[in-house]
Design a protein around this ligand. Structure first.
Ligand code: TYD
Length: 330
């Protein structure tokens, strides 16, 4: 029954097709624009009068941040701060009860904590921030601004730091969709370094469920780590994708897609391992992930196989330019 307004700049990875199923819903509206555009945000807040703002807007791809750090500062740091400033003005204008109910929920990443060794304990909410890439540095900075707006002005903020998401509709610059699409197109499956880097995989539906839980139950000023309890190295993840494809969509020559695996030059500053200790959200908000990786990855691979048109539409000119820039000279 809640009304939702979606503000999205629709840059290279934004895609209205992802929300085609809710397009006609009378509780849903869409505005194309930038969270950093204060006049626009001011107008939207005045008219729509939200009870909560959930800030998903960000540049998110580590490899792109290595090539162009400034666009990450612009969207993630300046954009978030402008959104905070407008949210603060709006929040101050609310009557007491509405003011008490309002939430500014900032979506962030486990990458702000830096990297773990193989034997280290997973990240908790107490782990010191130690970002290693321009991407994670920009997210760490935005987290600090959100925190500061709570401490300094009393804005009722929340932060969640999630692990690597996977699932349908993910833009194919990220590991899993890139591997699925490269495989079926007969292209190399580029593994950075030795493929032993570990990520904690969280299904996107579990992530959304956690955000909804935090919005409903958490006390302002808190932050929560959200993980999938699912640590896997990149070779294991690509191996799982290959196995599903070998069965569901075998190569015409009868060989395995694993023949296409190619080890390429490592990412500079490549974090070895991320792992989330999600015991705080479990204990305080009674939330834990429900997806099983084997099922989740299978559904994801099948989704990409069954949605050729979606895939065709996202692989436009700018996608091709990026693939050329990131992989051709590796
Ligand atoms: P990615 O999906 O870019 O997420 P993040 O860097 O935020 O964790 O990468 C996940 C892992 O996969 C990371 O260890 C880098 C690795 N990787 C490759 O080995 N090859 C690739 O082509 C890509 C995109 C990522």
């Amino acid at each position: 029954g809640d009304s939702i307004l979606n503000l999205d700049k629709l840059t290279y990875s934004g895609n209205l097709e992802n929300l085609a199923s809710v397009k006609g819903n009378t509780n849903y509206s869409f505005v194309r624009g930038d969270i950093g555009d204060r006049a626009l945000v001011n107008k939207i807040l005045g008219e729509f009068k939200p009870q909560a703002i959930v800030n998903f807007a960000a540049e998110t791809h580590v490899d792109r941040s290595v090539v162009d750090p400034n666009s990450f500062v612009q969207s993630n740091v300046v954009g978030t701060t402008n959104l905070l400033l407008e949210s603060l003005d709006y929040w101050r204008s609310l009557e007491e009860e509405k003011k008490r109910q309002f939430r500014f929920h900032h979506i962030s990443t486990d990458e702000v904590y830096g990297t773990l060794g193989f034997e280290d304990a997973p990240f908790t909410e107490e782990t010191a921030y130690s970002p290693n890439s321009p991407y994670s540095a920009s997210k760490a900075s935005s987290d600090h601004f959100v925190r500061a707006f709570h401490e300094t002005y009393g804005l009722p903020t929340l932060i969640s730091n999630c692990s690597n998401n996977y699932g349908p509709r993910q833009f194919p610059e990220k590991l899993i969709p890139l591997m699925i699409l490269n495989a079926i197109e007969g292209k190399p499956l580029p593994i950075y370094g030795n493929g032993k880097n570990i990520r904690d995989w969280l299904h996107v539906n579990d992530h959304c469920d956690a955000i909804s839980t935090i919005l409903k139950k958490a006390v302002p000023g808190e932050s929560y780590n959200v993980g999938g309890n699912c640590e896997k190295n990149n070779l294991e993840v690509v191996g799982a994708v290959v196995k599903i494809l070998d069965k569901e969509c075998p190569r015409s020559d009868g060989k395995s897609y694993s023949e296409q695996i190619t080890f390429v030059k490592d990412r500079p500053g490549h974090d070895l391992r991320y792992a989330i200790d999600a015991s705080k959200i479990k204990k305080e908000l009674r939330w834990s992930p429900s997806f099983n990786f084997d099922q989740g990855i299978r559904d994801t691979v099948l989704w990409y196989l069954n949605n050729e048109e979606w895939v065709r539409n996202v692989k436009n000119g700018s996608y091709q330019d990026w693939i050329k820039q990131n992989y051709e000279e590796r």
